[in-house]
Design a protein around this ligand. Structure first.
Ligand SMILES: Nc1ncnc2c1ncn2[C@@H]1O[C@H](COP(=O)(O)OP(=O)(O)O)[C@@H](O)[C@H]1O
Length: 184
């Protein structure tokens, strides 16, 4: 599937806000791939499609969680839409014929990470968090660290994320701890 065809699909099927976010994540993922030695075209495409399932309601997410046999971490039990990355990878492979595992994995794990993240996984995970329209305390520091060192950026974001999630009384997905323990 070409970038153009996917952009047309996303424009027609996502809200304007989500579509524009996806375009920014695609562009930033491509730029980061050039800096950190990943494939810029794969990074662009993964960024483009990362949120293809983000606007599904909880009922539909639960359906796909069953269908795709997605592990029901307590954080997902509490918030089925948290699994939108894993659902997106399932949809991209079954409905769009995308078979590049490195792209599917970057999409699959973009929200909570996984053990042994690849450079492409890290790029899409971080691009989603720091795309130009995001705004939160310490984001400018985080943006600098992302350019220097992807692993350090993930550690830095984790501390912010834990504080943010505990404020919202949300549970950190187990994969996020696995990601941190295996970063290299
Ligand atoms: N339960 C969770 N476990 C681990 N990481 C999470 C969890 N919820 C959110 N995150 C991380 O925090 C970021 C911001 O979360 P949130 O504001 O809920 O999502 P978004 O702004 O993408 O809609 C996500 O992109 C993800 O990296």
């Amino acid at each position: 599937m070409t970038n153009e065809a996917m952009i047309t699909y996303l424009k027609a099927n996502l809200s304007k806000k989500r579509f524009q976010h996806s375009m920014r994540v695609a562009k930033l993922s491509k730029d980061l791939a050039k800096i950190h030695g990943a494939d810029p075209d794969k990074a662009y495409f993964a960024g483009l499609v990362h949120d293809i399932a983000k606007e599904l309601d909880d009922e539909t997410c639960l359906l796909y969680i069953q269908k795709a046999n997605i592990y029901k971490d307590p954080s997902i039990e509490a918030n089925p839409n948290l699994a939108h990355g894993e659902i997106a990878a399932y949809l991209l492979s079954t409905k769009f014929g995308i078979d590049d595992e490195s792209i599917l994995n970057a999409v699959r794990w973009h929200t909570y990470g996984r053990a042994n993240m690849t450079t492409l996984d890290k790029i899409v995970y971080l691009a989603d968090i720091i795309e130009p329209k995001r705004q939160f305390e310490h984001i400018d520091d985080l943006r600098k660290i992302v350019v220097e060192d992807l692993n350090a950026a993930i550690h830095y974001f984790f501390d912010l994320c834990v504080a943010y999630l505990s404020e919202k009384h949300q549970i950190v997905h187990q994969n996020t701890y696995d990601m941190l323990h295996t970063l290299r």
